[in-house]
Write a protein that binds this ligand. Sequence first.
Ligand code: ADP
Length: 397
Amino acid sequence: MNPSILVINCGSSSLKFALTDPRDGSTPLSGLAEKLGLADASITFRHDGEKNGHPLQDGTHSGAMKAIIDKLDELGLADAVAAVGHRIVHGGERFKESILIDEDVILGIGECSRLAPLHNPGHLLGIRSAMESFPALPQVAVFDTAFHQTLPERAYRYALPASLYHDHAVRRYGFHGTSYRFVSTAAVDMLGKPLEETAMVCAHLGNGASAAAVLGGRSVDTSMGLTPLEGLVMGSRSGDIDPGLFNYLASALDLDTQGVTDLLNRQSGLLGLSGLSNDCRELEIAAANGHEAARLALDIFCYRLAKYIAALVVPMGRIDALVFTGGIGENSAAIRAQVIGLLGFLGFELDSPANERTIRGKAGRITTQRSVPALVINTNEEDMIARDTARLAGLAA
Ligand code: ADP
């Protein structure tokens, strides 16, 4: 049996996992435990194209981990697990690459909790329960922020009093780094040009959305900041706003800072603009049926994205390729067409038939031969985590 990596993405009340073969990215078993800590906690497994699940008797993170081990045993896969890889949202400035987990690393991830209070504490629960369940296996942390640690200071500093950076770690960090690492590497295979010589803008468009300038395989700027709220229009996040809005909304709506933060994170973006949904596919259907607010929401999404892509060319001085990924980037031919239409001045020209057929798991070039290439690439963060974990655990990948 090939040595496989158990990839874990653990939140405060959920635990997503995938058993991944780092050599070919195949996933014989994956699943999701939900509502952890609540009375109706449950777990779902996907194996051989089938989905099944059951309520968890012990609805804690450790209980979920035990259920995963039982399932691995039942399927005869337990002996294949050679290491565990954990997705960690925030690594601050300390973690510039993936790392083998020890007590010091756990402390460091805990220290970054102030920057990601909704994520890092959940990740630590996942690490602790995986260490209990697999005490003999190496565990590796892979950070969403790490890829952007190559940003130069002029890109990551805010124009705020310097003490906020030095004393409170206030700076731009950026996210989706594991996805950017995966797609930028995959893009060079399609472009036939070495990564070191390539200037690309990658757009990860899912419920959260961001874009990054990747020069020679290194991130040089990105649209998300201290938190994932900055930048593009997202499913329910506003992206960039006038910071003056905080004070204005606080007094107009009698909200405290948490109230405004919730409004910007959960009630804005495509959802807020359309008044209908945060889901791009639903909005496309509604817009086609004449829903004006859905049309406007998608229009603003594309306009903001095109502006960001153009701005991200500045740090590189040129663009050799544009990469679309994430649920929207991989599936919405309409969004891609509109964005590329706005970027004609940079040398982009859409190949409409290629764009229309590059959906649902297909990858490839969606611009004409004389255009700067725009590519659709299916991201696979689990695969990247599995590869890092195999490498750091000393397993032949
Ligand atoms: P997450 O960030 O939660 O991982 P995904 O990367 O799965 O999200 O992206 C979810 C988004 O992808 C949703 O807005 C969804 O509507 C959009 N999407 C998925 N399929 C399509 C499609 N065929 N057309 C348009 N949008 C799509």
